[in-house]
Every structure is written in C-alpha cells, then in structure tokens.
Design a protein around this ligand. Structure first.
Ligand SMILES: O=C(O)CCC(=O)C(=O)O
Ligand SMILES: [Fe+2]
Length: 217
C-alpha cells in the first residue's frame, strides 16, 4: 500500500525520547512517575519568579473543593492558594512550561494512544502550616482527568525538614504502601488521576508548584 506524504513524514519525524519512554514505563508498571530535572534550574527560576510576582499582585485565590458549580472553601481539607493558567495567554515563563508539556502530551498520544485532548493547569502556593488532606483528583467530579502532574518550583535549597511531601498511597497486593515525594525544584510527578489517592503533608515554609491534569476531553 502506498503511504501518503503525511504518513511518510510522520514516520521520518518520529524520534524515540528516552525520558518520555521512562515515564510511560513507570506509569504502566506502578501508576506514577517521578522525574528529577524535568525542568532546568534556570527554567524553574523563571517560573518561580513569575508565580511569586502573580502572588504579590494578589491574583491568587483560596483553592476550593468540589466542582466549579459547587465550590466550597474548606481549610481543614486544603490550604493552598491557586491561580489557573490560560495557555492562550501564556507569557515567556509559561511558554517554557507548555513547550515541554506539549511535547510530552504529543508523545503520549502518538505512542500509547492516550487520547489526551485537553489540559488544565494552575499555580499553587501552600503558605506555612497548610496541607492538602488525602484525596483522589476525581474529587472535582471530573472523570475526564486522566493524568495528574505536579511540577515543583521551590528554591534550590529546599530541605526535607520543610515538610510538604506529596504522599502517594499504593496498593501492593492488598497492602497499602505509602511513598513520600519531596517537592524538590525541577522535579515533576505524574500519576493516574483516577487511581492513586495522595496528600500534601503540612509544610513549614511556603511551597510552590504548578499542578495540572491531562484530560481525555
Ligand atoms: O502539590 C502536590 O504535590 C499535589 C497537589 C494535589 O494533590 C492537588 O492539587 O490535587
Ligand atoms: Fe490531588
């Protein structure tokens, strides 16, 4: 059968990406993946400064639980402040972010037919003393959320004593196993939104991140 020019182009264009392959393998094997240095220190710095500038301009709002039509602000469940990011209005800092994320999404769709059609992302700042109690991300009544992604934008000298670990709860042959992941700068954590319960442990200094979801529609 004759290939169309487009098919031929796609075959030639495709290059295996070891990082994305590792993420796919991790997700298949254990439903989550932790990637250090997904973003370089200079990229993290640009994104962190942008987050802090927006926070100082008072653009963040108290994160709520529930879906968009029934939002409840509940400090006993989550204490972070968030700002949704509109990709269509992305500036220099956010373009750094979307360039890498979009490359990954394209790769996932092409190699494992993930069917990711939409994305949503927000900046998050957890002030001192705040946390996010154990939950599943479908909690937002959004069954379209397929993969959750968190990218940490903390300072280079972030210490484990600062707290703020992301705890992920796994099921290992009926036994619960907890994995603690520290929010080191440049680190990205990706996990199955519908499958893995997780929580953010109380933090002793402000904790910065971008959290997002890759969705099937
Ligand atoms: O910041 C994190 O490590 C996780 C945040 C989270 O679970 C959420 O926003 O749903
Ligand atoms: Fe979550």
């Amino acid at each position: 059968m004759q290939n169309t020019d487009q098919e031929l182009f796609e075959q030639i264009d495709f290059r295996e990406n070891p990082l994305f392959e590792r993420i796919i393998e991790d997700l298949l094997e254990k439903k989550y993946s932790v990637v250090d240095s997904f973003f370089e220190p200079d990229e993290v710095e640009v994104l962190r400064n942008h987050l802090l500038q927006k926070y100082e301009e008072d653009n963040f709002k108290k994160a709520a639980i529930g879906n968009k039509t029934s939002e409840i602000i509940e400090r006993s469940i989550r204490g972070d402040f968030i700002l949704w990011i509109n990709e269509a209005e992305a500036g220099i800092a956010e373009n750094i972010y979307f360039k890498k994320i979009n490359a990954m999404v394209e790769y996932l769709n092409r190699t494992c037919f993930m069917g990711i059609l939409t994305k949503e992302f927000h900046y998050a700042l957890y002030p001192e003393g705040t946390f996010y109690k154990r939950h599943l991300d479908t909690f937002q009544n959004d069954g379209r959320r397929k993969l959750s992604m968190v990218c940490y934008l903390n300072n280079e000298d972030w210490k484990p004593e600062n707290g703020g670990e992301l705890a992920i709860y796994l099921d290992e042959n009926g036994e619960e196993k907890q994995i603690d992941i520290y929010p080191f700068p440049g680190r990205v954590v990706i996990f199955e939104s519908q499958e893995l319960e997780h929580e953010v442990k109380p933090v002793k200094v402000p904790r910065l991140s971008i959290t997002g979801w890759l969705k099937t529609r």
